[in-house]
Design a protein around this ligand. Sequence first.
Ligand code: TMP
Length: 250
Amino acid sequence: MAKRDKLYEGKAKTIFATDNAHQLIQYFKDDATAYNAQKHEVIMGKGVLNNAISYHIMSALGAAGIKHHLIKKIDHREQLIRKCDIIPVEVVVRNIAAGSMVARLAGKHIPIDLGTCLKTPMVEYYLKEDALKDPLITAEHITGFDLASEDELKQMRLTSLAINRILGDLFNGIGITLVDFKLEFGRPSQRQEDDPLLILADEISPDNCRLWDKATGDIKDKDRFRKSMGGLVEAYQDIANRFGITIAAT
Ligand code: TMP
């Protein structure tokens, strides 16, 4: 497999073509952004940690029967992935109220606060459109504007809830509470026999989860950067250590 042209440069990752039309390389950068990229820093070592943690988590999900885009980890910064047509919808699953849910909804009618346990996990959808600041959208928007079919939407929702159960147990096992997380799905460019309509894409790392230490309440995710708390690499390293992941040299 040979690396070819850069196809897309995102905020935290870059995608390259390969000599296989159905496979891409996903490169993890050290860049951290928040608030629609208004806040931006380069945090040495973040990309290496996210590559390793996301590889570990995707592999665990795969072993539990969730179909994903990951083929293999190439080195400390790169993964070989299946090419997908990404659905332009971010699926967020929440177990505990935090972040934009509290900012948007907490009040007289919905008396939640940071840290309120939700009665049941809640799924939200956001349009992937930087220029509109990724607005919250409804299931009707997704099907009505042809972002995904009814069947694809149903699969995204059910798979996201299944992933929540698997990830919740995985993090519970290392003394971490899974507060919320974001997923992306895509249509594989080349379908395999046992493929569902959509497969899990992107990454699952402390960049797109909220992770709180069960014993101390310590924040172990990108909120450390959003809130300018410092100690982001140390927190991500702690997650890797607890999973028993060995990190290659940067
Ligand atoms: P939020 O509370 O800011 O809406 O974020 C919910 C979860 O989704 C949180 O774990 C962070 C993650 N997330 C991303 O990964 N990318 C994003 O662009 C946003 C807005 C949230």
